[in-house]
Write a protein of this length. Structure first.
Lengths: 162, 518
């Protein structure tokens, strides 16, 4: 099955954003829940949404901004069309992950944490997918791949570039 | 009659093709007009054999693995005719790697359909809750205390004492929080049990709720585990529908409900107070203790916060009695530990066994050494904050105190194996780097110490004033160990110092004959 799954995100829309915020605002400790929901809809958390979240939760903008920037998951701008995450934690290191990461970086021409110039692929590190006995592992747009070797990483990179 | 075929839906199996194999079985069976029923289970934890497929047979489920799509047709033929196949492993329960285990917590994992409440109940599920509902709070606390269960997240604090503290606290609301922020590399037991037997975690949390008088629970799952999030959410819905969450649970007068909250990629949120901050919607900044979460936890209320595996051990203890659990183990480490064998290992996976098994048995005998076939040089036990052990310490028994006595920790039970190509300077540097990336920033030893640690180890790697810088790293480690607020800064020195102590040769340049050559 090589059907390329492409996450479809909506363009930022204030009314839609307000609806998403309102949907979750009554939960206790809702900040992360809302930020997740916004990112799921738009692919990132638009800056314009931060004061809206603050107002809905009766927090200061600084507080919401602080939460937003604390967590690695939240993006301030859209990622590339595909996101390839390579596990960089110890179990994957022990299984040869370092060389495979270097290989992916070379093939894509970007280092971890960056997006290719054509905006097709964002390459990111991830610290443990919990697939440590079938290492090294990766995640392409939410799809898990284990037992990576040179052939598999090449195929993943090629798929991401499509 | 339909032939029942069991294929894991566990993330580790899916990552190596289990979904494609399930599809192939359906297609090949349809083409051949074979009536089959495919049941998606959790994983048995024999990860090197994944995807492992089983078929129901009068003698017990027969396993095949590791299966690839090309094998499906011939395996189906073997299943139908009960004939031989190169990948046929025999009756699953008789596979020695499984048979040697003592599966108390993982008894059902890989066996049942994790989406089916009926399947859970048919395999002994909710027996623990039924017994708990027939007891009063003190009697349950006595059982949990007598079982000797200690926090499986790594700290090893007695669960019974923690629960008792919350039970005795007076408050208008109390909470049960399950820490499923399993961020340690080399660990996946939480993920496996959430995906393979999610009702077990719900049952454990429910028992905690009725014991301490809490009616609301949260399970905080890391975002890196989307399959676990999905499995837990589905199970919560099913449990609610079946009358096991909500009002009048299990036909009693007790109420308990729970929900999943998803983390956002911060390792430090596995630390309990940071997790509570995150649940409250804030930055995951560690809180100073005291006050303990048992007194002043989520939203300032008394809170039981335990690891997934701690809650998952509870139903067995209630159903079978404290003694049945405490009979296993050694010293003050009672019961079983789901140990995870990972990294460069031939037979990696989940091995649940009584405390006391030695590190050497686990790595060489059960794990079968490295998959690269090269000699094992170092194993890191207990995640990124755990010490690196050399072969010389392979006689260490798996026990909280025994590991502590050798400047290590068992943590969450993860063992990552490295072969002789490992450069321990690199590993020590990584430990500091990881701490620098993940530090919450509240305390100076962790926030700044980790960055200085990276820089100093890099100087050593470049051969700059090696002896002085080694002394500096050791000094820095001591500052972090004794001056940090939580285990992130406090335990990062374990991998660093153990690398320095046991693998000194990697840090000190080999005696050079340069001068003589000149």
């Amino acid at each position: 099955m090589t059907a390329v799954f492409e996450p479809a995100y909506e363009p930022w829309d204030e009314t839609r954003g307000a609806d998403i915020i309102a949907e979750h605002a009554s939960q206790e400790g809702a900040t992360l829940v809302i930020l997740h929901a916004l990112q799921e809809a738009f692919g990132y958390v638009p800056e314009a949404a931060i004061p809206m979240v603050a107002q809905a939760l009766n927090l200061s903008r600084a507080e919401v901004h602080g939460v937003f920037t604390f967590y690695h998951d939240f993006r301030h701008k859209p990622a590339g069309r595909h996101v390839l995450k390579l596990c960089r934690a110890e179990a994957c290191q022990a299984a040869g992950g370092d060389a495979l990461t270097a290989r992916a970086e070379a093939k894509l021409g970007v280092s971890l944490g960056n997006t290719t110039a054509d905006d097709r692929v964002t390459l990111e590190p991830i610290y443990c997918l919990g697939l440590c006995a079938t290492a090294p592992s990766a995640m392409l747009d939410g799809r898990l791949v284990g037992r990576l070797d040179e052939k598999r990483i090449d195929a993943l990179v090629a798929e991401a570039q499509r | 009659m339909n032939m029942r075929i069991f294929i894991p839906r566990d993330a580790a199996a899916v990552a190596v093709g289990a979904d494609e194999i399930a599809l192939a079985f359906e297609q090949v069976a349809a083409i051949n007009g074979l009536p089959v029923e495919i049941v998606r289970t959790g994983s048995r934890g024999l990860c090197w054999l994944e995807p492992m497929v089983e078929v129901a047979a009068p003698t017990g489920r027969v396993a095949y693995g590791p299966v690839s799509v090309e094998d499906v047709a011939s395996i189906l033929e073997s299943m139908t005719s009960n004939g031989p196949h190169a990948l046929r492993l025999g009756v699953a329960d008789e596979i020695s790697w499984l048979k040697r285990q003592t599966r108390l917590t993982f008894a059902r994992c890989g066996v049942i359909d994790p989406r089916s409440l009926d399947d859970y109940r048919a395999h002994g599920g909710y027996k623990g809750l039924a017994r708990a509902l027939s007891l009063d709070s003190d009697a349950i606390l006595n059982e949990v205390t007598a079982s000797g269960l200690r926090g499986r997240g790594g700290a090893g604090f007695p669960t019974g004492i923690k629960w008792k503290t919350v039970a005795q606290a007076k408050a208008d609301r109390k909470f049960i929080v399950c820490n499923a922020d399993e961020g340690d590399s080399g660990t996946f037991a939480d993920r496996m049990i959430m995906e393979g037997d999610p009702f077990l975690v719900i049952e454990g949390m429910t028992i905690a709720g009725i014991t301490v008088g809490a009616t609301k629970g949260y399970i905080y799952i890391r975002s890196e585990y989307p399959h676990a999030v999905e499995a837990m959410n589905a199970a919560i819905v099913a449990a609610r529908r079946g009358g096991y969450l909500g009002d009048k649970i299990g036909g009693s007068t007790a109420c308990f409900d729970m929900e999943v909250r998803v983390g956002a990629g911060a390792y430090v949120c596995g630390e309990e107070t940071s997790l509570l901050e995150s649940l409250e919607g804030r930055r995951g900044i560690v809180r100073a203790k005291p006050p303990l979460p048992a007194h002043h936890g989520l939203f300032g209320k008394p809170t039981v916060i335990n690891n997934v595996l701690s809650f998952a051990a509870i139903p067995f203890i209630l159903a079978e009695g404290a003694k049945a659990y405490a009979d296993f183990g050694m010293g003050r480490s009672r019961g079983t530990m789901p140990i995870q064998l990972a990294g460069n290992i031939r037979q990696g996976g989940l091995f649940e066994t009584a405390f006391g098994v030695t590190l050497g048995e686990l790595v060489d005998d059960i794990g079968g050494g490295t998959f690269t076939g090269r000699p094992v040089r170092a194993v890191q036990v207990g995640g990124p904050l755990g010490a690196y052990f050399p072969r010389a310490l392979f006689d260490t028994p798996f026990d909280y105190e025994a590991f502590a006595a050798r400047d290590g920790l068992i943590g969450h039970g993860g063992i990552v194996v490295f072969d002789d190509s490992v450069d321990m300077r690199k590993q020590a540097r990584f430990a500091m780097e990881f701490c620098a990336i993940e530090s919450c920033g509240k305390c100076t030893p962790c926030r700044i110490g980790s960055t200085r640690g990276v820089e100093t180890i890099e100087k050593i790697m470049r051969g700059e004033r090696v002896a002085e810088n080694l002394a500096l790293v050791e000094d820095l480690c001591n500052t972090m160990k004794f001056g940090s607020l939580c285990a992130l800064g406090g335990f990062t020195p374990y991998p660093v110092l153990s690398a320095l102590k046991h693998f000194r040769e990697d840090f000190v340049p080999a005696p050079t004959t340069l001068q003589a050559a000149e």
